[in-house]
Design a protein around this ligand. Structure first.
Ligand SMILES: [Zn+2]
Length: 354
């Protein structure tokens, strides 16, 4: 009898403990990098930010009142986003879509809150962030994505457009970051290196020292080590360990401006971009940094569409040129020298290893 009692108690306890073990773990809590120890060469985290600009941030609407949608423009935006994602998906590479206020509201109104291209992108492992050129647009950009698309937003971008023209760039950047922080944003992408005229926008301001150890900007076109800009104290050059926004720099958009801004991207543009990617890999091989190193590039949506009003869908030769570039990058990913990530994933890895 006693044995049976103990056996029943054992079963009960075993049941309890296995129940506790079954407590669901959210996907974010699972560590995707358990196999990293085996790597010989350091991995370069690779990301792509797509700013969903066409000519106007209000498209697919007819104007900035955001009232009347042009269905053909909406459909062209949707098919182009999907076509770019198809190319990335074929390599398991990730896109961080940084969406302007008109695109988010317009597409999610056109397609519906339950089933739209941004939800689709999210379910395919891509990230949805927000993009604004003006601090004054942050509120509607955040609101439109959260209200009309009901998509959580974790990454912000675009503030340099305003900061660049500001008399007080440090204060303008701090203001934009402060504003995003109030919306619960903890990751940001930017480029502080200007490839157009080889100036380093924040170079003099920061005495050529941004974050921690970012001395590779001239060769690679970006700052490869993320940092937490000290916007609270108005000095974004400085890394603030207590800061709450991780800044991840990408190559200047000027990589594509070979003869002025192109209508559509070609192999020539991507060959130019390749040089910066190669330099970033060279840097990794040479320095073998013990920190998270990142290289990313950026383009707008419109460079994959003929015209700038969304009058046509995805332009196949541009997708082919992108594919050729990703095939090149993927040859390194196959060797474990490059790892694909979204901007938020890079932030999480950075915080884990900081
Ligand atoms: Zn932009």
């Amino acid at each position: 009898m006693n044995c049976l009692k103990f056996f029943l108690i054992f079963l009960f306890l075993a049941g309890c403990s296995s129940k506790e073990e079954e407590t669901p773990v959210s996907p974010e809590e699972e560590d995707p990098n358990t196999s990293e120890e085996e790597e010989v060469t350091p991995a370069l985290y690779f990301f792509y930010a797509n700013h969903t600009h066409l000519e106007g941030d209000y498209l697919p609407y007819t104007d900035s009142n955001l009232e009347q949608i042009r269905p053909l423009v909406a459909e062209n935006i949707i098919s182009t986003i999907s076509a770019i994602a198809d190319v990335f998906d074929s390599y398991g590479a990730k896109i961080t879509f940084e969406v302007v206020y008109g695109t988010s509201k317009g597409i999610c109104e056109h397609q519906g809150i339950q089933d739209n291209v941004f939800l689709d992108m999210s379910s395919r492992g891509h990230e949805i962030g927000v993009h604004t050129h003006r601090t004054a647009d942050i509120e509607k950009a955040m609101q439109n994505l959260t209200e009309y698309c009901q998509i959580p937003v974790s990454t912000a971008s675009g503030f340099m457009a305003e900061v660049r023209n500001s008399d007080t760039p440090q204060a303008s950047l701090s203001e934009a970051l402060q504003s995003y922080a109030q919306w619960g944003i903890h990751a940001a992408t930017e480029n502080l290196v200007d490839l157009d005229n080889s100036t380093f926008l924040f170079g003099e301001l920061c005495n050529y020292e941004i974050g921690v150890g970012n001395d590779m900007w001239e060769a690679t076109g970006n700052l490869m080590f993320p940092w937490k800009p000290d916007y609270e104290n108005g000095d974004n050059c400085v890394h603030n360990p207590e800061g709450d926004i991780v800044m991840t720099d990408h190559v200047s958009i000027a990589w594509m401006n070979l003869q002025g801004h192109p209508d559509v991207l070609t192999t020539e543009h991507f060959d130019n971009l390749k040089r910066y990617f190669d330099e970033a890999l060279n840097y990794m091989e040479r320095e073998k940094p013990s920190k998270i190193a990142v290289w990313g590039f950026v383009s707008h949506l419109t460079e994959f569409m003929l015209g700038d009003q969304g009058e046509s869908g995805p332009f196949t030769p541009s997708l082919d040129a992108l594919n050729e570039f990703l095939e090149y990058v993927d040859s390194y990913a196959q060797q474990g020298r490059v790892q694909y990530a979204t901007v938020s994933q890079i932030r999480d890895l950075y915080l884990d290893l900081e």
